[in-house]
Ligand binder design. Sequence first.
Ligand SMILES: Nc1ncnc2c1ncn2[C@@H]1O[C@H](COP(=O)(O)OP(=O)(O)OP(=O)(O)O)[C@@H](O)[C@H]1O
Ligand SMILES: O=P(O)(O)OC[C@H]1O[C@H](OP(=O)(O)OP(=O)(O)O)[C@H](O)[C@@H]1O
Ligand SMILES: [Mg+2]
Length: 261
Amino acid sequence: MSAGLQFRRQSRGLFARVSGLPIDLIFLRTDDIPTLCAEGAIDMGITGSDLVEEAGADIQLRMKLGVGRCRLAICVPDDSPIQSASELDGKRIATSFPEVTRRYLSTHGANAHLVSLTGSVEVMIQLGVADAIVDLVETGSTLAANRLRIFDEIGSYETVLIQNDHCRDQVTADRVVRRLEGVVIARDYSLLEYNVLRTKLPEAEAITPGFDSPTINALEDEAWCSVRVMVKRKSVIEAMEKLERLGASAIFETTLSNCRL
Ligand SMILES: Nc1ncnc2c1ncn2[C@@H]1O[C@H](COP(=O)(O)OP(=O)(O)OP(=O)(O)O)[C@@H](O)[C@H]1O
Ligand SMILES: O=P(O)(O)OC[C@H]1O[C@H](OP(=O)(O)OP(=O)(O)O)[C@H](O)[C@@H]1O
Ligand SMILES: [Mg+2]
C-alpha cells in the first residue's frame, strides 16, 4: 500500500486488480510461487528465498524486501552427542526442505534418510520420526520449546521479489521494483538535520556520512552550517549522542515513509 500498489481483495478471492497500474495480483501459496514464476504463469512473485532455493527455480532475484529474515538450521536434541554433519550418516532427518538438505548432506559426505513433511517439524524427534531436523529458525523459541539445539546453519534467507526471465511487461516490472525500493530503503533510514560549527564539519560527516553525501546549507552565522543527511534508523540515537558531544545543536530526526534515490 505505501508503495502505491493499491488493491482490494474480496474475502476468499484469489485475484485482485491494482488500481492505476496494469497489474493483476494473484494470491498463491508461498512454496508454489518460485515454480509458477519460473514456468511463466506469473511475471513476478513475493516469497521466501529459502523456498526459491528449495524449488531450484530458474528465476531472477529482483530485490530483497528486508523482512521475514530467518535461517535454515540443522538441529538435534539438546542432549544429543552429535557434533558434526558427518555423524548424521545413517540417521533420519525430518524437514520441509528435502532438496536443500540433500545438497547439504552430500557436500558433507553424509547419507541420511529424509522424512519430508510440510510443517511442525520440531516435534518429529519427540514423535520418534527423526533423529535430527532441518527447519527455519527466527527467534529460536520453537527450538527452545522443543528442547532442540542448532549444530549447523545451512543458510540465511528473507522475503524476496522474484521475476520471470521472459516477463510480459518489463516496464511495469521495473516500476514495481522502484516503488518497492522506495519503501524498503525509507524503512531503514531516517532523515537527520542538525546545526554544527563549520570547523567541526569533517568530524560530523564522519559520524553521518549519508547515503550518498550530506547536504550542507549556510546559516546566518557564517561560523555555522546546517546538515541534512540520511542515517540508518538503528544507528540514529548513537549518531545523535556523538553529534551532541561534538557541539551540534537543533538535532532533529524525521522518519521517512518513501523515497527515490
Ligand atoms: N518464523 C519465521 N520467521 C521469519 N520468516 C519465516 C518464519 N517462518 C516462515 N518464514 C518465511 O515464510 C515462508 C513461509 O511462509 P508462510 O508462513 O506463508 O508458509 P507456510 O507456513 O507454509 O504457510 P501455512 O502455514 O499456510 O502452511 C518461509 O519459507 C520463510 O521464508
Ligand atoms: O525461531 P522461531 O521464532 O520460533 O520461528 C521458527 C518457526 O517458525 C516457522 O514455523 P511456522 O509458524 O510457519 O509453522 P509451520 O512450520 O508448522 O508452518 C518455522 O517453520 C519454525 O517452526
Ligand atoms: Mg510455516
